[in-house]
Design a protein around this ligand. Structure first.
Ligand code: BG6
Length: 479
């Protein structure tokens, strides 16, 4: 049902995500007049706050996490906020919550950013409190379970109250501008599509490297690990966008139909096609940092690094490895996709002593947003001793190409789409299930082979076996 919500109900309103991302994003949308005047935002969490103290709480979060030059509309933004304390397990509390939300003029958007264990009682409470009708849609923040089975339980519980077209599963990578730009790059240019297949592409690399460690998320992260925290969602979504067939339209159904086909084509990974690691004390940017076990305060077998050689069993990608790599406490923060093209079929320069290097497309997602295509060019000269060729980059820095527009954080886009009801950048249930299916098989193979993470020094690119994973195919990680 299409409506623009005039009420937004935030569960987990005093949590870390709300402070760092949700409240700043909503404030920015307000300041830029992108949300309607009548949008009211109700926060809820366990803390016993009232409206005034929640507004103070929000003000402090905005001052801490929002750049000063984007806080223009803060005072009027705070007037939109109110608060209702709630123990999500206590069904009696939902009536008061419903009263606080009031009767929306058009509709209500709910954003659940709570522990997954609270999803089921929350959905039951929303239903009992009359907060799950036709003019209500729900946004769900990860983690949505820890395996296919638990994700199905959550999705079933949600589906009892909210049909799929009113369920918005968040993967914040889809809200990132450069991730959406992948679609523009692939489908608004004629150059790449004819070459975008196994005949012309040797392999693809996707790296999501972080310098941060546990960041105090002890209880969550140790139960998840890099595979479930980063690969199951963000990296597989990136892979799907790189590998999918051209959708017929830019709309939620067409795009998600194509992504799910890719996710279902993922081949079961062989035991020697994954590498896991866990960081030990080291240094990042010259600063000493402790090891994972020290941050955690105990020994653990949780992986903070994973590298995978993935394959898609379909016509387009037969025989093209997708090397995925993500980890915490790596030397730099970098998310990028590297598309490595094949050699020219025949080099006319070979007889002249010149080597040709295959073309490479590097799509930088963060921190820098840029697209670099490396091309071969002739080194200027009279060529008396043979022709010399060299790789030269064709470089597009998005910040230079599009100076002016504010750089928006992913949640601005996603919250706006949730309020307005556009599902294109949200993950459909079949996608999530295909993702879990593949991830569960990897975990099962780790268990049956007794795989334990190898150690790596914080500030390095992971265990040496991650390098061997590509080197044995004659491929170097792009660094
Ligand atoms: C989250 C993970 O989904 O993504 C975190 O739970 C990770 O562990 C974060 O740090 C990375 O997001 P970004 O936008 O900083 O790349």
């Amino acid at each position: 049902m299409s409506f623009t919500a005039d009420r937004l109900l935030l569960f987990g309103a005093t949590g870390d995500l709300a402070q760092r991302m949700l409240l700043p994003s909503l404030c920015a949308l307000h300041a830029d007049k992108l949300v309607a005047e009548d949008l009211r935002i109700v926060g809820t969490a366990r803390q016993p706050l009232d409206d005034a103290s929640f507004r103070n709480f929000a003000r402090e979060a905005l001052e801490k996490f929002m750049p000063a030059d984007r806080r223009g509309g803060m005072a009027t933004f705070l007037n939109r906020l109110s608060y209702q304390p709630l123990d999500a397990n206590d069904m009696a509390g939902y009536e008061a919550l419903a009263q606080k939300v009031g009767t929306p003029g058009h509709g209500l958007a709910i954003f659940l950013s709570t522990a997954p264990s609270l999803f089921e009682p929350t959905i039951a409470g929303l239903t009992a409190g009359g907060l799950a009708g036709e003019n209500v849609r729900i946004g769900l923040e990860k983690p949505l379970g820890t395996c296919l089975e638990s994700s199905r339980e959550i999705n079933d519980a949600v589906a009892r109250a909210f049909p799929e077209d009113r369920t918005f599963r968040i993967d914040h990578y889809l809200g990132k501008e450069t991730v959406q730009n992948l679609l523009a790059l692939r489908f608004a240019n004629i150059l790449f599509e004819p070459l975008w297949n196994a005949a012309h592409i040797d392999h693809v690399q996707i790296t999501v490297a972080e310098t941060v460690g546990l960041e105090g998320r002890v209880s969550f992260y140790d139960g998840a690990g890099a595979l479930r925290d980063m690969v199951q969602n963000h990296m597989l979504q990136l892979l799907a966008l790189v590998a999918m067939e051209p959708p017929a339209n830019y709309d939620a159904t067409a795009i998600r139909d194509e992504k799910v086909k890719v996710l279902r084509a993922l081949r079961l990974v062989a035991p020697d096609e994954t590498v896991t690691g866990q960081y030990r004390a080291g240094a990042i940017g010259g600063q000493p940092v402790p090891g994972y076990d020290e941050e955690l305060g105990q020994d653990s077998d949780t992986e903070t690094f994973v590298a995978i050689k993935a394959h898609l069993d379909n016509w387009r990608w037969k025989g093209v490895p997708f090397y995925l790599r993500t980890g915490k406490r790596l030397p730099e923060r970098k998310t990028e996709i590297v598309v490595q093209f094949r050699h020219v079929p025949h080099s006319i320069f070979a007889g002249k002593g010149a080597l040709t290097v295959p073309n490479r497309l590097v799509i930088g997602i963060q921190p820098e947003e840029n697209i670099t295509l490396s091309l071969m060019a002739k080194v200027p000269g009279l060529d008396r001793e043979g022709i010399r060729l060299r790789e030269v980059p064709l470089d597009i820095a998005m910040a230079d190409a599009f100076a002016g527009p504010n750089k928006r954080i992913a949640y601005e886009r996603l919250l706006l789409d949730l309020i307005e009801g556009d599902q294109t950048l949200f993950v459909r249930r079949d996608e999530v299930e295909a993702q879990w299916d593949w991830i569960d098989a990897i975990r099962a193979s780790w268990t049956s082979h007794g795989v334990r993470p190898k150690t790596y020094t914080a500030g390095s690119w992971g265990p040496s076996s991650a390098i061997a994973l590509t080197e044995r195919d004659g491929v170097h990680w792009h660094e």
